[in-house]
Design a protein around this ligand. Structure first.
Ligand SMILES: NC(=O)c1ccc[n+]([C@@H]2O[C@H](COP(=O)([O-])OP(=O)(O)OC[C@H]3O[C@@H](n4cnc5c(N)ncnc54)[C@H](O)[C@@H]3O)[C@@H](O)[C@H]2O)c1
Length: 360
């Protein structure tokens, strides 16, 4: 395994490998543009050039933990050399780059994304409940991700964060990819998004530090997604309402309220004006430990060696990129966006944000 980008997150993945937390994988190379960082790992082959690392014959797979814009060129280079790739989130800054990466992945090579919330036993349980049809027809979803509080000092640390040019957005692209992945993994993709974003509303920033999006789904369901880096105390809450009841995750606690009869049938059949279906608080057992990042890396390794399915394949992670792009586009233009979003159109729009031709 070779790791590209050995700052905060790359350093964390390196530690997992060096501490032997990942079975059947060995850290054989590290790569960073900053040669000083490489000296931290004297027993691992150092590279400042991705191509050289991939051609060294030392590695079979690459973990990308660089700033967002570099995910695409690094992955393309790695695929050219026949590597398997696990990219940090977001898969790419925009949909066009994500599509390019997925297309470049050779057959028989694995391409995964670090969507580690898919390892959470609580979220896995909710997905199980929804996929099994236990809620029946989904009517409404509500996700609040306002627990990402950040100060001006955080943003003033500078570097690549919180600019159009450096990372391609704010709270939606940096903090929310995991939340948005859960939203689409469990509830599917909406067909239309109308978002209101605050661009530098609470911090000294050009990108969004607040977003409220209204979502419409093909089956008639609606949703609201709210994110902020300015709210304290913040809220992390996910609620899905269906005809047979409601599931709610708050503070990682899962609650399942099940209706005795379908709420939609009850509307039609009840003889009483103010009656509602009886509801039971169902005890749901959530088993297992959240293996987080280590779980996704282990699954990547097991998929390469044994062919087990990827838990977070790139072809699914592109949905999160599309949601982020659509919310920023809608928020900046004040218009609703129909999905699928055109990757090319968004790329042109983002170029205009970067150059300052468009100021939201
Ligand atoms: N999954 C998670 O929970 C999680 C958490 C935090 C960050 N991340 C993601 O991890 C990635 C890195 O974030 P970070 O906080 O570690 O950033 P960072 O700035 O701490 O580290 C990035 C490193 O990449 C290096 N780099 C930049 N361009 C490069 C290139 N072309 N080739 C090689 N090295 C290059 C930099 O020198 C730096 O050392 C981002 O995509 C971020 O969104 C994921």
């Amino acid at each position: 395994m070779g790791i590209v980008g050995i700052g905060g997150m790359g350093g964390h993945h390196i530690k997992l490998l060096l501490d032997r937390k990942i079975r059947r994988a060995k850290l054989a190379a590290v790569c960073d543009l900053n040669a000083e960082f490489l000296a931290r790992y004297p027993d691992v082959a150092p590279f400042t050039d991705v191509r050289e690392m991939c051609r060294s014959g030392l590695i079979d797979a690459v973990i990308i933990a660089t700033p967002h814009y570099a995910h695409t060129p690094v992955a393309l280079q790695a695929f050219k050399c026949g590597m398997h790739v696990l990219s940090e989130k977001p898969l790419a800054v925009h949909k066009a780059d994500a599509e390019k990466m997925i297309k470049a992945c050779p057959r028989h090579r694995k391409f995964a994304v670090m969507m580690q919330m898919r390892m959470s036993p609580t979220f896995r349980k909710v997905k199980e409940i929804v996929d099994a049809g236990e809620l029946g027809r989904i009517m409404r979803v509500n996700m609040m991700a306002t627990h990402w509080y950040r100060t001006n000092k955080y943003y003033a640390l500078g570097g690549w964060r919180a600019t159009w040019k450096g990372e391609g957005g704010g709270v939606l692209i940096n903090q929310c990819p995991h939340d948005l992945d859960m939203l689409q993994w469990i509830c599917g993709m909406p067909t239309r998004i109308h978002a209101h974003c605050g661009f530098g509303k609470w911090h000294k920033l050009e990108v969004e530090d607040e977003a409220t999006a209204f979502l419409e789904y093909a089956n008639g369901a609606t949703g609201v997604f709210i994110a902020s880096t300015a709210e304290a105390p913040g809220t992390r809450r996910f609620e899905i309402a269906g005809e047979h009841g409601k599931v709610l995750i708050e503070n990682n606690q899962l609650r399942f309220l099940r209706n005795d009869v379908s709420a939609l049938k009850f509307i039609k059949t009840s003889k009483r004006a103010f009656a509602a279906p009886k509801t039971r608080d169902v005890t749901v057992s959530v088993r297992g430990q959240d293996k987080g990042h280590a779980g996704i890396i282990q699954n990547f390794v097991d998929s390469i060696l044994d062919g087990v399915p990827l838990i977070a394949p790139a072809r699914e992670a592109i949905n999160q990129v599309e949601l982020t792009n659509a919310m920023i586009y809608s928020g900046a233009t004040g218009t609703p966006v129909d999905l699928p979003l055109s990757g090319r159109t968004y790329k042109r729009f983002l170029d205009d944000l970067i150059s300052g031709r468009i100021k939201p």
